[in-house]
Design a protein around this ligand. Sequence first.
Ligand SMILES: [Zn+2]
Ligand SMILES: [Zn+2]
Length: 178
Amino acid sequence: MTDTDMITPISDRQRLQITQATNDCIARAGVIFDRDFAFVPVVYDLQGKCAGMYQIRGTQRRIRYNPWIFAKYFEESLTNTVIHEVAHYVVDCVWGIRHVKPHGKEWRETMVAMGAEPKATGSYNLSGIPTRQYRRYAYRCECKTHELTILRHRKIVERGASYRCQSCHSILKQCASG
Ligand SMILES: [Zn+2]
Ligand SMILES: [Zn+2]
């Protein structure tokens, strides 16, 4: 197995930990602002250069995280990115996202109120982190999901190669839906 220089996305257990940290952060914001903020869905489907993103689609609010950047910068992301995205959510609830600049005064005030530094962007060394042009292919073993590069995927499909999971040693099979 040679593409070990690619970062492996965070595990299911780390995802739970981050979702929990996000909920804790939302609850803490509720205490600070003296109002109830509902928990929002947290998904781990963000790719590219951003560690996190607060998003509204229709009436659905959600927070998206980048599982590769979290894997590479776990502690830092767990503190900074979580608070950063929760602050966007809080600003949306309190002021309405359409009425303010993304990292404007309301967002900065919220960051400070929550005890964080109001810095808009992290600086990440993205080596080993797939950006959009590197599509990943989802495979499963008996213990987890694997993200394979197109090179490996092609070797499997075109040349009948097979790869085993390093944890459970079962052969990787492509997931039904990409
Ligand atoms: Zn932001
Ligand atoms: Zn496995």
